[in-house]
Design a protein around this ligand. Structure first.
Ligand code: COA
Length: 220
């Protein structure tokens, strides 16, 4: 009897150690390795050479670019984007002579957050919802929802909208407007930004889910 067709796609060069959980519509491309016990949601895309450890948890619609390892202790919520060759970690003080299996530290990347190419996330931190880590940053501390961090070590430099635009020039009431979506954002208390027009847990409406103009068109 032939095997039932799986509801997800695995390229023939990828290795998937069973049992593990992979949701419908997920695509796993060339040379990936998914370990036994990994949990990957539906509608995800794992680019070339992505490693997912046993115990790693990946939500729905997560996009992982080439050459990323998602270690045990890492949780990626829905709609996270990991840029190419970014680095996640799970032990703060690794020493080859000291076994620390089972002492893995947690990293939580919350819904809709982006990690730029080649950035490093030191373990134990949480990236808030829609946080944005610039390319090449080294993140050593928690980042708030919509926080934009850059540099080594990464510093909070501002706020990034859900559509990935720096939010500048607040009006008299402190309202910031995303140049692409028109959504309004406001710091409801110091250090806590909220979108006034769409709840953080709601999906984007279809008309705002497709980019139509390049990033630089929106720069002031
Ligand atoms: C974050 C990003 C979108 C900002 O782009 P930008 O429009 O050129 O940014 P700006 O010039 O307005 O920069 C705002 C500030 O952040 C700094 N900055 C921006 N990107 C930075 C980076 N990668 N590292 C360090 N600092 C950075 C700028 O120097 C500027 O600092 P200042 O206010 O002190 O002068 C872009 O730099 C980036 O990192 N994008 C990620 C790309 C990526 O990894 N894609 C992966 C998929 S292919």
């Amino acid at each position: 009897m032939s095997e039932p067709t799986k509801p997800y796609f695995v390229h023939p060069t990828a290795v998937v150690d069973e049992p593990c959980t992979i949701g419908a519509g997920t695509k796993i491309w060339h040379f990936c390795h998914i370990c036994r016990g990994a949990v990957i949601g539906s509608g995800c895309i794992l680019g070339q050479n992505v490693f997912v450890a046993s115990g790693a948890v990946i939500g729905n619609r997560v996009k992982i670019q080439n050459n990323v390892s998602v270690y045990e202790g890492v949780t990626l919520e829905d709609d996270v984007f990991l840029g190419p060759s970014c680095v996640l970690t799970n032990v703060s003080n690794p020493r080859s002579q000291v076994l620390r299996h089972g002492l893995y530290e947690k990293t939580l990347i919350r819904r809709g957050a982006t990690v730029g190419a080649n950035a490093t996330i030191v373990c134990g931190v949480t990236l808030g919802r829609y946080a944005f880590v610039a390319a090449g940053a080294v993140v050593t501390k928690d980042v708030p929802d919509y926080g934009f961090v850059a540099g080594v070590p990464a510093r909070l430099k501002g706020w990034m909208s859900r559509h990935g635009h720096l939010l500048r020039n607040p009006d008299a009431k402190g309202i910031l407007v995303c140049p692409e979506s028109g959504y309004r954002y406001q710091e409801v208390e110091p250090g806590r930004l909220r979108c006034l027009d769409l709840d953080e847990d709601s999906p984007l409406p279809p008309e705002l889910s497709v980019g139509r103009r390049p990033y630089r068109d929106f720069k002031p």
